[in-house]
Write a protein that binds this ligand. Structure first.
Ligand code: NAD
Length: 338
């Protein structure tokens, strides 16, 4: 199958491209390189363009009329930046996705898999969320994801398209074959900061928030290996029609699926696992929560198994180990310091 991946030069999109190739499919990348890396597109069919550029999409579909589905990963993704620059976030993520969906529909690509996020959920007692758990996106970034879900749902129903929103929990690690990984110079998530502390780029790892109502007081997340996440997309496009057939609404046009491991891991547990894999203790200190922090959530991952036959396979330790390996090789691949 040929699959269009918007944002295919990014961390997750490029890993999905590798997984598709490993399963014998052909990814076609559309990316503006706003944040993504040209190195991740090498050897792949690549259109350097914006998702809202209808003329380029016309070219893509005239050159590849056999594209079966689009995986829409392109977005701006940094939460604090979205608080500072909401206009850019709503324009890039929401307004441009609307244009993209319109183009895809006009060009006859009516199957869309969308990168959504667990950040749309409210915090619930016990922290485990099913797809029908209450939503409360807590930042402009999370609200863009929420709005894009609603738009995809509405355009799917109105225009004869079908959409699957995949709500990612917390992706970690890198492609186990080291073709791609995190490219941000200063990662803002827990594992990226741990790797930076281990590599000496960050003097101390801060455990922010130690009084949450979790088993050890620190925030809880569902860390999912990015390779598992990528494999879920392969399943989603291969099983696209079956997913609807197996759902509660076989004639429906929109599905939501959590992509997580189904296991909650606290920040302290993450630090302990990291130190075990790394083989050394790292410098750490406890701090109060940052503005906007929440206790967290982990996935009920039953729907993914039922609808697309997918279940996370790789361990937290493998994610940590691949992140550390990537931290060592990414200088060579991306040409900047470790
Ligand atoms: N990384 C996470 O922790 C996480 C968690 C949940 C959901 N997601 C979602 O997964 C998707 C991919 O995230 P990522 O971590 O790979 O981020 P990333 O920044 O590595 O990738 C995003 C890609 O989109 C491209 N892009 C942005 N705006 C564009 C536009 N207007 N036109 C064309 N290309 C554009 C960027 O150049 C980049 O290559 C995003 O939609 C994000 O919201 C990520």
């Amino acid at each position: 199958m040929k699959i269009l991946i918007t944002g295919g030069a990014g961390y997750i999109g490029s890993t999905i491209a590798s997984a598709l190739e490993d399963h014998g499919h052909t990814p076609i990348i559309l990316d503006s390189l706003a944040t993504g890396r040209v190195e991740f597109t090498r050897g792949r069919i690549f259109y350097h363009a914006d998702i809202a550029d209808h003329a380029v999409l016309e070219t893509v579909f005239s050159e590849h009329p056999d594209i079966s589905a689009t995986i829409h990963c392109a977005a701006l993704i940094i939460v604090p930046e979205s608080v500072e620059h909401p206009y850019e976030y709503y324009r890039e993520n929401v307004a441009k996705s609307l244009e993209l969906f319109k183009s895809l529909n006009a060009l006859g690509c009516q199957k869309v898999v969308f990168s959504s996020s667990a950040s749309v959920y409210d915090v619930v007692p016990g922290f485990m969320v099913t797809e029908s758990a209450p939503l409360k996106p807590g930042s402009p970034y999370a609200r863009t994801k929420y709005m894009m879900e609603m738009i995809l749902q509405d355009v799917s129903r109105a225009y004869g398209m079908r959409g699957i929103a995949l709500r990612y929990f917390n992706p970690i690690g890198a492609d186990p074959k080291m073709r791609s990984g995190i490219h941000a110079k200063a990662p803002s998530h827990v594992l990226g900061k741990l790797v930076d502390t281990a590599l000496g780029k960050n003097p101390v790892f801060e455990i922010t928030g130690t009084e949450w109502p979790t088993r050890d007081g620190t925030g809880i997340r569902d860390y999912i290996h990015v390779w598992d996440l990528a494999e879920a997309h392969v399943q989603a496009v291969e099983q696209f029609d079956q997913a609807f057939a197996r759902s509660d609404d076989p004639h429906g046009s929109y599905l939501v699926i959590n992509l997580g491991t189904g296991r909650g891991v606290t920040v302290r547990e993450m630090v302990t696992a990291f130190e075990k894999v790394y083989g050394k203790e790292i410098n750490k200190r406890e701090m109060p929560p940052r503005p906007g922090d929440v206790a967290g959530a982990y996935a009920n991952a039953d729907t993914a198994l039922r609808l697309i036959g997918w279940k996370a396979q790789l361990s937290l330790e493998q994610g940590i180990s691949d992140a550390l390996k990537w931290g060592q090789v990414r200088q060579e691949i991306l040409g900047f310091n470790k």
